[in-house]
Design a protein around this ligand. Structure first.
Ligand code: SIN
Length: 286
């Protein structure tokens, strides 16, 4: 156990109730009804809890209509348009998360930070699930501040200042067939980001690489890059940094893509799992 890294966050909030999900990551949020408009005071507490806990799980919710979900997302900033996934009819801001007996893929099956291949990758993602399988369909999250903090100083020094390519062509091309058919010449995004990023709000350092999108470290030979990335991907997947969330119907999860990774477990085929996701645009990582 990484005793030195584990500390239960003990902030108190006036307008919401936040109960730590685990000592390393996440909080369950009570006393907020997302179907109604959120006061400035509540919003302030939610924002602070988001920075403190990195992933929030809003409990005891009703299914919120798409426009309410969009409006809540917009409180945190401009919304992000997904470069590949089809959107909900009439709601270009909404990415429908859905898998059932006919699905060939399910979204987010490997550890990743959403769309890190974008020049300005998402700040955060809000997902509400309305249809759940009888069992399974959990989502895992991992704390990337901890992943950075637990590296040795020489390794931290080595990684600070290095940058890596995040690409998506290999992943998105032919993934969502209809999109490619609509625009066969479509270019999928790529960007170069620091391997260690500074969170723009908390100023803490986090590892910012993931198996989905990160392909190559700049300035290293191909073999060096492969070895270091493999080491870092494995390091980020250490159980010490993780939580595994079991959903209840209509829970809303809101995760910070700048300092966490996540992975959706597709263990429920042929059962159905369905919800709606709104993603908030971020800034250029530094
Ligand atoms: C994702 O947005 O990566 C999917 C998360 C989930 O379905 O739990």
């Amino acid at each position: 156990m990484l005793v030195s890294l584990v500390k239960v966050r003990d902030h108190s909030y006036k307008f919401i109730s936040a109960s730590p999900f685990a000592p390393n990551l996440g909080a369950e949020i009570y006393g907020v009804d997302l179907s109604k408009s959120i006061s400035e005071e509540q919003f302030g507490d939610i924002f602070q809890a988001f920075l403190d806990h990195q992933v929030l799980f809003f409990k005891n919710q009703k299914e919120i209509p798409p426009d309410v979900h969009i409006a809540f997302g917009k409180r945190f900033g401009e919304l992000h348009a997904h470069p590949a996934a089809p959107t909900m009819k009439g709601y270009p801001e909404i990415f429908e998360i859905h898998a059932d007996k006919n699905s060939k893929i399910a979204n987010g099956e490997f550890w990743h930070s959403d769309v890190s291949c974008d020049l300005e990758p998402p700040l955060g993602t809000m997902l509400q699930l309305h249809v759940l399988p009888e069992c399974g369909g959990d989502t895992m999250f991992a704390n990337m501040y901890m992943a950075y903090d637990s590296l040795s100083k020489p390794m931290q020094n080595f990684l600070n200042g290095l940058r890596a390519s995040h690409e998506s062509e290999h992943f998105y091309r032919n993934r969502y067939e209809k999109q490619d058919q609509l625009d066969p010449k479509k270019k999928y995004p790529s960007a170069i980001h620091p391997i260690v990023r500074t969170h723009p709000e908390t100023k803490k350092k986090a590892l910012y690489i993931n198996k989905f999108f990160t392909t190559r470290i700049e300035g290293l030979s191909k073999q060096e890059s492969k070895l270091i990335l493999e080491y870092l991907f494995n390091h980020c997947e250490k159980t010490d940094f993780q939580i595994r969330y079991r959903w209840n119907k209509n829970d809303m999860a809101f995760w910070d893509n700048r300092c966490t990774l996540h992975k959706a477990i597709w263990d429920y085929h042929p059962m159905e799992r369905k919800g709606r996701r709104v993603t908030i645009k971020g800034t250029i990582p530094y």
